[in-house]
Design a protein around this ligand. Sequence first.
Ligand SMILES: [Zn+2]
Length: 240
Amino acid sequence: MSALRVFRLSVDKDERARYGIDGVNAWTLPRVHCSACGSTWAATGEAYPTVVPPNVERFIPSPSVKILNLESLSSIRQSLQEHVPEGSPIMPGAGFGPYVATARGKMPDLPWPEFWTMFMKREVFETLRDRGIKIPRVGTPQLTWRGRGGLPDLVEPEAPPLIDVVGDWSDPLSTRCTACGRRSGWWQRWSLPADTKFPALYDIVRARNAVSVYLITETFAEAFKELELTGFVLKPVAIE
Ligand SMILES: [Zn+2]
């Protein structure tokens, strides 16, 4: 059996200075206020661009919702369970539905509206899919073009957070709240345990306990290199 190799996919910051995509997914799960630990929070990165949530009136931008309590969060999570891949955390702040944005500039093959959100030119996605790269679901952003030339045809690959990282936490004495799941602090260093299994249906996922991080398989990384695609940086992830 060959050793696990996983790569972190992130934005090419120099390239990103040449374009802009300003927007957000159509619906956002509001922040939660936790009565157990007292914090009010949301995480950044988790997104399901192909999922239209039931009861959209319970999501931002509805003016009636701003902050959820634990009970509302739990009932919304239950209503979403059958719509998202099994094992997805559905954290406060998660985005749903197509990305709605204005766009301009010179787009690389992988343009990034945010440091934690990656788009792909549709032709690139189709080439990758034809090569057997597993990206089961992609959303179609609703873009208003403010640049010269034509609007590029982009997709937003859905990368559910399904793999846990391990490592050094900034505040080792803090514990994760059992009620809301929040832990104060951040990863100073992280890696993947050697027995990590990449979910069989995917070549791209996010880290479940670091949802802004994209992780891709070696197969996917090799396709990126062979096709000489632009707009991103790849780094091998340490395996322990
Ligand atoms: Zn809490």
